[in-house]
Design a protein around this ligand. Sequence first.
Ligand code: NAD
Ligand code: UDP
Length: 321
Amino acid sequence: MSLKKVLITGAAGFLGSHLCDRFLKEGHIVIGMDNFITGDKKNIAQLQNNAKFSFINHDVTEFINIEGDLDYILHFASPASPIDYLKIPIQTLKVSSLGTHNLLGLAKAKKARLLIASTSEVYGDPLVHPQTEEYYGNVNTIGPRGVYDEAKRFQESITMAYHRFHGVETRIVRIFNTYGPRMRLNDGRVIPAFMGQALRGEDLTVFGDGMQTRSFCYVDDQIEGIYRLLLSDYSNPVNIGNPHEITIRDFAEEIIKLTGTNQKAIYKDLPINDPMQRQPDISLAKKLLSWEPKVGREEGMKLTFNYFKSLSENELYKSEH
Ligand code: NAD
Ligand code: UDP
């Protein structure tokens, strides 16, 4: 690929910061954008002295002004953890609706290709298993998670409308639970939650009876899938995730073993509309992108635990965002 100029929103977040690293590693020029609502400066501290990286502190729901050309835009700004989007529901709705509208307008003006971060949450609490891209989903529009799920569904719709009506080049990735270094320890998602609890010597909080399932994808695999999708010529949604499924109950036991903690799993109420099963069907990504995940859960969890172990006491005991 020749040298490109790339705008990445959500650059100070977990996935956005890894995307910045990847595009810079490929030799491209990267502009990161973030308003730090759930992100952290330290995720992009390694890029501070990189001449090919610049950063704009901006809320993408406000008009976006970028000087000069742009080749690619990756829209990854959005709260992504249930406790974040329950705490900031209106911003969550706005970033994937108004924010996506702004970025589509920018892509149209610059004749840039736009990839949006969608999610397995568009399938809601799925009645089809595993989930293929053809499945329309089962979402409670007015439930507490609706602010995230419906904003992402709207995001897909407006993206396809700009593609069909204005001819904007667009890509849609439906990301399934992804984990790795730079997740926020206190973001409430199950992996940072369990690892933080193990490190603090607390019991691991399993929600419900723990029989709900998830399928966890290591960040490097996810980034590779997104990179390949961006370069493909396919504009309908594509699932990227790791199909290796596990119950949350068994997962807690795996984490107890991995961390060597003396604590046990304790059971708490299941959050409203928490999906009971989730596993991506990745046949399309395999065929289209010759992509499949390479990092197994055991290896990925070790790498992630090493990251959390390296954090300071201060960060380990920091209260919620
Ligand atoms: P994250 O919270 O670590 O990162 C999101 C970033 O977006 C943060 O840095 C935050 O400050 C920024 N942001 C939020 N609202 C903004 C706004 N209005 N203007 C500018 N910046 C804003 O979350 P993440 O896990 O890195 O998720 C990134 C994207 O991937 C999100 O769109 C999310 O919905 C999607 N996604 C992630 C997963 C996953 O498992 N990690 C799964 C499905 C979808
Ligand atoms: N979960 C849990 N204990 C926690 C945090 C989460 O049992 O401390 C459960 C949660 O109810 C869900 C699963 O783990 O069934 C994954 O939750 P997460 O917030 O990571 O992601 P999502 O629900 O968005 O897939």
